[in-house]
Design a protein around this ligand. Structure first.
Ligand code: DON
Length: 590
């Protein structure tokens, strides 16, 4: 860790500062004073001022990426279940209706606010590397990363955590029986669901990866091509697996019939997961990372996610700039967003990994003092080139899939879950006879220091492959609390962009007073240090982009980033919204 310097309160606004810098050639950047934190503007929701409006409900709400799953969650709440009961039901339902991301064969994270105890808990059911995994398993004879090996082969699969995670959450905080929360998912798998245009497109994009395996083709293909919109996706084997889990609990997955089939699948195709890997899989309850942002408390996922740490780290830097005065998506605001994102992602590559294996300096990274120090590197106008921060090799982005859902019940419990197979449909491999798609989460490790993964993220020693270790994640289920109670429940898929998407949702709500719908609907930006590119969604004004380009940013307008599912708790009830970037998402309540 670089040395920590003490905080120097200073009230010059950044604009005044840039002027001072321009006029005074003797005031070097290193001496540039750091502004003190700026308070949040007072938010007054005004119906007349908002273009997009959230869904309202009084007693409970679910925001998820597929309407059928949302409805199942709401049904659990209506039956008297709490947010965790609903979350587990939604988790199993998404494994059926959103097969590209919802899963039994992957892993994820849950952030929970327990209204009874007032505590926030982070549940980690991330995949782990099998015992036979080794540091260089994705390198070829020449020591180069073998293309696709960590993504589309049986070697890509980490030991799945979702089933254990769901069962753990239900036993620990839920009130309903496992069989009851799984029942709706079984029915959907058995009877089939109509393929939406969105899902059809996902399957089409991944047709080569899905088509490679008989076990996968027999479920998602018809007449030699992926199912089309309007056709029915029936998953009999998955229904059977779900029924087994409903009857016997997670034991059947980790030490019984389903586990045996996964192990057989691995053995047949050179995969590494063995009986003991499944038997020894463990869910971890962790203390969340937390920070203060303009008077709000932000609690989010700790390592092995990098998400919470960097959201807080970036917010700590942003806190000193009056973003609400600079304006939403103005060049000045985007500049501060991009510069602080870059500094955080550079630290990600260096320090972040599984805390069971490496010492992650969470306290240091999320401290206000460290943010002060970093903020001194941020010039109000000049762009810090990525190479000046740390060198690396950029790589293009790829398509990807994860999913997030948020739930709040009438008792004040709040749950945010992000879980994933990693890329779309994970490895594309269904373990024969189970109907269960297996993840390709092993790609989240750094296969070789300095070589980017599917998200262009690079990593080093801290995220090297080791048996039993969890690959570093960006998933960031997050709660923002006001006076100790959930105020915003949010999160997103999007690989490396999860962190910045979730960050901007918080900034939009806190700094720009946006409701959940507005916060989701506004264009996003992203910078991850390497590649040295400011990625933007469409919708920013040409003159803003021009200012940014003139400042020195490599601006790239690319496909949309993230798909948030957000619920905001206000005095008169719950206001939620499903990101319009996914037309299949739905927020509902009662
Ligand atoms: O854990 C992670 O950070 C990644 N495996 C998440 C992948 C992802 O978000 C793909 N999404 N759209």
């Amino acid at each position: 860790m670089p040395p920590i310097v003490s905080r120097r309160p200073f009230s010059l606004s950044a604009l005044t500062l840039s002027l001072a810098l321009a006029l005074s050639p003797t005031l070097s950047l290193a001496e540039a004073p750091v502004a003190a934190p700026v308070a949040a503007p007072v938010v007054k929701y005004d119906y007349d001022q908002d273009i997009f409006h959230p869904v309202y409900a009084k007693n409970g709400m679910v925001a998820a990426e597929q309407e059928l799953a949302t409805r199942i969650g709401v049904e659990m709440l209506k039956r008297g279940g709490n947010a965790v009961d609903a979350a587990v039901a939604v988790g199993f339902a998404l494994a059926v209706v959103l097969p590209n991301a919802g899963n039994l064969g992957g892993g994820g994270f849950m952030m929970l606010h327990d209204a009874k105890t007032g505590q926030d808990v982070a549940l980690d059911f991330r995949e782990t590397a099998p015992a036979r995994a080794s540091r260089d398993m994705y390198l070829d004879d020449k020591g180069n990363v073998a293309e696709g090996r960590s993504l589309y082969t049986h070697l890509a699969v980490g030991v799945p955590g979702t089933v254990a995670g769901m069962e753990h959450a239900l036993k620990r905080w839920g009130t309903m029986k496992l069989a009851d929360v799984i029942a709706p998912a079984i029915k959907l798998a058995e009877q089939g669901v109509v393929v939406s245009p969105t899902l059809a497109q996902m399957m089409d994009v991944e047709k080569d990866n899905l088509g490679r395996w008989d076990s996968t083709r027999s479920i998602f293909f018809k007449d030699g091509r992926p199912l089309k919109a309007g056709e029915r996706l029936v998953q009999k084997d998955l229904a059977r697996s779900l029924r087994l889990i409903a009857r016997h609990g997670s034991k059947v997955f980790y030490q019984g019939e389903i586990g045996d089939k996964i192990v057989a699948e691995m053995a047949q195709h050179g995969g590494l997961i063995g009986k003991d890997d499944l038997k020894h899989y463990k869910v971890a309850e962790r203390a969340p990372v937390s920070g203060e942002y303009r008077g709000y408390k932000v609690v989010s996922m700790p390592p092995p996610s990098s998400g919470g740490v960097h959201i807080i780290q970036i917010l700590n830097m942003l806190e000193r700039y009056p973003l609400s005065q600079y304006g939403l998506n103005s060049a000045q605001t985007i500049h501060y967003l991009a510069e602080s994102m870059k500094l955080a992602y550079a630290d990600r590559a260096e320090y972040l990994g599984d805390p069971g294996f490496v010492k992650v300096p969470v306290k240091g990274l999320t401290s206000k003092r460290y943010a002060d120090e970093l903020a001194q590197k941020i010039d109000p106008v000049k762009v810090l080139p990525a190479a000046a921060i740390k060198p690396g090799k950029p790589q293009p982005y790829e398509s990807d899939q994860t999913t997030h859902y948020s739930i709040v019940d009438g008792k004040g419990n709040a749950v945010a879950v992000t879980y994933t197979l990693n890329l779309n449909f994970g490895s594309g491999i269904v373990a024969r006879g189970t109907g269960i798609l297996l993840n390709d989460e092993m790609d989240d490790f750094s296969a070789k220091p300095g070589v980017p993964n599917a998200y262009g993220l690079i990593g080093g020693e801290a995220n090297a492959i080791q048996p039993g270790k969890r690959p570093l994640s960006s998933m960031s289920p997050t709660l923002v609390l006001k006076n100790g109670k959930p105020w915003l429940v949010t999160g997103s898929p999007g690989g490396a962009r999860i962190i910045t998407t979730t960050l901007q949702t918080i900034v939009n709500a806190v700094d720009f007073g946006m409701n959940a719908a507005e916060a989701a609907s506004t264009p996003r930006v992203h910078h991850q240090w390497l590649p040295d590119e400011l990625r933007v969604e469409k919708g920013l004004s040409p003159d803003t982009l021009q200012i940014l380009k003139r400042q020195g940013y490599q601006v790239a307008e690319k496909p949309t980033m993230g798909r948030t599912q957000t619920i905001q708790v206000r005095d008169d009830g719950l206001y939620g919204y499903s990101d319009p970037r996914n037309p299949d998402g739905a927020t509902a309540g009662f």
